[in-house]
Design a protein around this ligand. Structure first.
Ligand SMILES: O=C(O)c1ccccc1N[C@@H]1O[C@H](COP(=O)(O)O)[C@@H](O)[C@H]1O
Length: 200
């Protein structure tokens, strides 16, 4: 399973976490987040892909941030439509479309997104569009029947590695964020290292 560490902020912490070689590192470009990123991203190891996280941002903003930061993929974490995802894909970008899941989530909505998304990401439905720190019932993902690979996120913590490894679901990647923080945006590299080792 691949690993994404999201919500990075300071250069020193970015480099510390990048040295663990997560597959993806996420930078949040939503101003209301305590993890809002506005600095410079230091040079990362080539194996670590940079993901920009956006919430109902304009196409122009997504393109500007993609070019400025050399993003490898964009995670659309708001109410972006399939048409919007299509526009972003046409610009040559890899789209990770996030969906907020609870027991009422209708997986049928994904059909219209599938042609335009490289990945889906399933997060917990909560007060904020993301970063709520609460897990959803992963058993709900048994209703997922499409081919697009997916990330699982939402309240994944240090204790979740064993359960996720034993889950008989085709998870492409695990996305960790607020449950691995010393304070918003500052990640606990030791806890991430232990989690990464436990996932194997
Ligand atoms: O972390 C945030 O502040 C955030 C804000 C707006 C959109 C997405 C955000 N983070 C993403 O939320 C999920 C779940 O995070 P958590 O583990 O529950 O803290 C994760 O994919 C982050 O990329």
């Amino acid at each position: 399973m691949k690993l994404k560490v999201c919500g990075m902020k300071s250069a020193a912490n970015i480099l510390e976490v990048a040295s663990l070689l997560p597959d993806y590192m996420g930078f949040i470009f939503w101003e209301k987040s305590p993890r809002f990123f506005s600095g410079e991203i230091p040079q990362l190891p080539q194996l670590v892909k940079k993901v920009g996280v956006f919430v109902d941002a304009s196409e122009a903003e997504i393109l500007e941030k993609t070019r400025r930061y050399g993003l490898h993929a964009v995670q659309l974490h708001g109410n972006e439509s399939p048409e919007f995802c299509s526009q972003i894909k046409k610009q040559g970008l890899s789209v990770i479309k996030a969906f907020s899941v609870d027991e009422t989530f209708g997986f049928g909505i994904l059909d219209s997104y599938e042609p335009y998304c490289a990945f889906f990401l399933f997060d917990t439905k909560g007060k904020s569009p993301g970063g709520n720190g609460i897990a959803f019932d992963w058993e709900l993902l048994r209703k997922y029947g499409l081919k697009t690979p997916f990330f699982i996120s939402g309240g994944i913590g240090p204790e979740s590695a064993k359960a996720l490894s034993n889950l008989d679901l085709p998870i492409y990647a695990i996305d960790i964020n607020s449950r691995f923080e010393i304070k918003p945006g500052l990640k606990d590299a030791d806890a991430i290292k232990r989690f990464k080792d436990d996932l194997k």
